[in-house]
Design a protein around this ligand. Structure first.
Ligand code: S3P
Length: 171
């Protein structure tokens, strides 16, 4: 089917720490697509790192910037886009995501926790109990992530390159 989807953007969605950026970069190389990470683009537009945006402008303004960046990517083809974990929250964002194929990287929260403990770059995890926080966030978002075109259930020992191959066989 790869020929049929020629050019269509691929959007990776899923929780913080799911590996969207790592897998996305590999996937983009494999398909000879360009890779973009919406968090990186948001930082560039705002001229601030993500925690600073949350601290000085608030989450709502961050979400507005996120929608803005996402909509601007619809003008392009041949992209693999790693989105921020919360991109699924805004209904409007789905019309941008539907511009391409949406792939959910479904990783259990205990794996996310192992990868993210001690992380200071995710404002939503600056919490006394990050594992419970991850569980709670996933439970509020799971029904949204499930709206993806393709879901990839990931276990601990899967390598990013193997995950990229799985995505290729499913699209
Ligand atoms: C967020 C995820 C982060 C970043 C921001 C909010 C979320 O992106 O956009 O901290 O709401 O889940 P990653 O999924 O790339 O960590």
């Amino acid at each position: 089917v790869l020929e049929q989807i020629q050019g269509i953007n691929i959007y990776l969605i899923g929780m913080m720490g799911a590996g969207k950026s790592t897998v996305g970069q590999i996937l983009a190389n494999r398909l000879s697509y360009k890779f973009f990470d919406t968090d990186v683009l948001i930082s560039q537009v705002a001229g601030q790192a993500i925690p600073e945006i949350f601290a000085t402008q608030g989450e709502e303004e961050f979400r507005n910037l996120e929608s803005q960046v996402l909509s601007s990517l619809c003008a392009y083809q041949h992209l693999v886009v790693a989105t921020g974990g919360g991109v699924v929250i805004k209904r409007m964002n789905w019309s941008y995501l539907r511009h391409g194929i949406i792939v959910w990287l479904d990783v259990p929260t205990h794996c996310l926790y192992e990868r993210l403990k001690g992380d200071t770059t995710r404002p939503l995890l600056q919490h006394p109990d990050p594992l419970t926080r991850l569980d709670n966030i996933l439970e509020t978002r799971r029904h949204l992530y499930q709206q993806a075109d393709i879901s990839i259930a990931i276990n601990e020992d899967e390598k990013p390159s193997e995950i990229a191959e799985q995505i290729i066989t499913k699209i």
